[in-house]
Design a protein around this ligand. Structure first.
Ligand code: AKB
Length: 340
C-alpha cells in the first residue's frame, strides 16, 4: 500500500504554524499534516489534510505517521518559548530538546524508508545568543551566527543545542556512512528575531511586548510594557518569517554554506514601537512596568543580527521594514480584526 506524500508541521496551532498553513494552502502545492497537543482552530484545521492531536514526546504517534505518510519536509515548530521555559525548565528541556531529537529520528527513518533526504526546517531564535551586559550589547550591535553564542535561558540553551543536533544528523550520520545508515536529514535552521503577527497573539515569549502592545490598544485596553523604553532587539513581520522558512526550504542544497542562518528585518526600541502604536491609536494608554527577569532576558539578546549569509546564499529579502510592517500589515489587519 502506498503512503501519501506530505509536509509535516509540528506545533501547528502556534503563531508560525497559522501563517505557514495559510500560506501553503494558498499555494496548493503541498498536502499538509499536523501534530499539536491541542486541536487546531477550525479555520486552520480545514486547510490541512490530517490533524494529529498529540505530543512530540509520544513516539507512538510519530510511528503512526511514519506508517501512513511519506513525509518529505518537516517544519518542526513545537516549542515552549523563553519566558514560559524559565518557569518550567525541565518540561522545556523535555519538549524542546527530547521532542526535537524524536523528530530528527523520525526524519531519518522517513528518509531511509523512501530513499530521499527529508528537509528538516527548524526555527531557532536570537535566544541562542547571550551578551554579558547592556553596555556590550549596545557596543556590539549586529552579531553574526558564530559570535556571542552563550545563551542565558533554558530556551536559548535548548535552541542552540538542537542547532548542533541538527548539524550532527545532517553531517555525522553521513560520516559514519555504513550504506544502510546514510544521512537522510537535510537540516536547515533560521535564527528568528521576535516575530509579530497580526492574526495571532503570542504567549510565553519575551519578545511578546511588541505584539501585546498593538493587540491590547487595538481592543481599547491599556498596556503596561514589561521592558524598559530603551530596550532594543530585532523583529520581523510574520509574513516575512513564513516566506523565509519556505525560501530556505526550497533553496538548492549546493548554495547553502551554513546549516543555521540569522534573519532580521528591523530593530526598534520599545519606545519607538510605543510611539508608532500611539500615532495609530491616539488616546491609548501605554505605560511601563518593568519585569526584572524578563528585562534580563532581552538585555542578553542582541540589538541586531547580521543576516548577510542568508541574503547571499538563498536570497533572503524581507518585504516589511519597520514603517511598512506597521502601516501596511500590523495596524490595518489588527484594526480590522477587532472591529469585527
Ligand atoms: C521568545 O520571545 O521566546 C521568542 C523568541 C525570540 O524566540 N519570541
Amino acid at each position: 500500500m502506498l503512503r501519501k506524500p506530505v509536509v509535516l508541521i509540528t506545533g501547528a496551532g502556534g503563531e508560525i504554524g497559522h501563517g505557514l498553513i495559510t500560506r501553503l494552502a494558498e499555494d496548493g502545492t503541498h498536502s499538509v499534516i499536523t501534530l499539536d497537543v491541542r486541536p487546531l482552530e477550525p479555520g486552520i484545521a480545514r486547510l490541512v489534510q490530517r490533524e494529529f492531536v498529540g505530543s512530540i514526546l509520544d513516539t507512538d504517534v510519530l510511528e503512526r505517521i511514519l506508517s501512513e505518510y511519506e513525509v518529505d519536509h518537516v517544519f518542526h515548530l513545537a516549542a515552549l518559548l523563553s519566558t514560559r521555559s524559565e518557569f518550567t525548565p525541565m518540561t522545556a528541556h523535555h519538549v524542546n530538546v527530547e521532542g526535537t531529537i524524536n523528530l530528527l529520528e523520525f526524519a531519518q527513518k522517513q528518509g531511509e524508508s523512501h530513499g530521499r533526504p527529508v528537509v528538516f526546517m527548524y526555527p531557532s531564535s536570537i535566544a541562542a545568543y547571550g551578551l554579558p551586559d547592556v553596555e556590550s550589547k549596545m557596543r556590539v550591535g549586529r552579531v553574526t551566527e558564530n559570535e556571542w553564542t552563550k545563551p542565558t535561558t533554558m530556551y536559548g540553551c535548548n535552541k542552540l543545542y538542537c542547532e548542533h543536533m541538527g548539524r550532527y544528523y545532517a553531517k555525522r550520520y553521513k560520516q559514519l556512512a555504513a550504506e544502510t545508515l546514510s544521512g537522510k536529514v537535510d537540516f536547515r535552521s533560521l535564527r528568528f528575531p521576535g516575530l509579530i503577527s497580526a492574526v495571532t497573539i503570542p504567549s510565553g515569549g519575551t519578545s511578546d511586548y511588541a505584539p501585546e502592545m498593538i493587540h491590547a490598544v487595538a481592543q481599547g485596553k491599556p498596556y503596561a510594557c514589561f521592558v524598559r523604553p530603551d530596550t532594543r532587539i530585532p523583529f520581523m513581520a510574520m509574513p516575512d518569517g513564513v516566506e523565509a522558512l519556505l525560501k530556505l526550504a526550497a533553496a538548492p542544497k549546493g548554495n547553502l554554506n551554513h546549516t543555521v542562518y540569522n534573519v532580521g528585518a528591523f530593530n526598534p526600541s520599545a519606545d519607538e514601537i510605543r510611539q508608532v502604536v500611539l500615532e495609530a491609536f491616539p488616546g491609548s494608554e501605554i505605560t511601563y512596568s518593568v519585569d526584572v527577569k524578563r528585562q534580563g532576558i532581552v538585555d542578553a539578546w542582541p540589538a541586531d543580527v547580521d543576516d548577510t549569509a542568508a541574503r547571499r546564499d538563498w536570497g533572503f529579502a524581507p518585504q516589511y521594514d519597520f514603517k511598512r510592517a506597521f502601516s501596511e500589515y500590523l495596524i490595518p489587519t489588527i484594526r480590522r480584526r477587532y472591529q469585527k
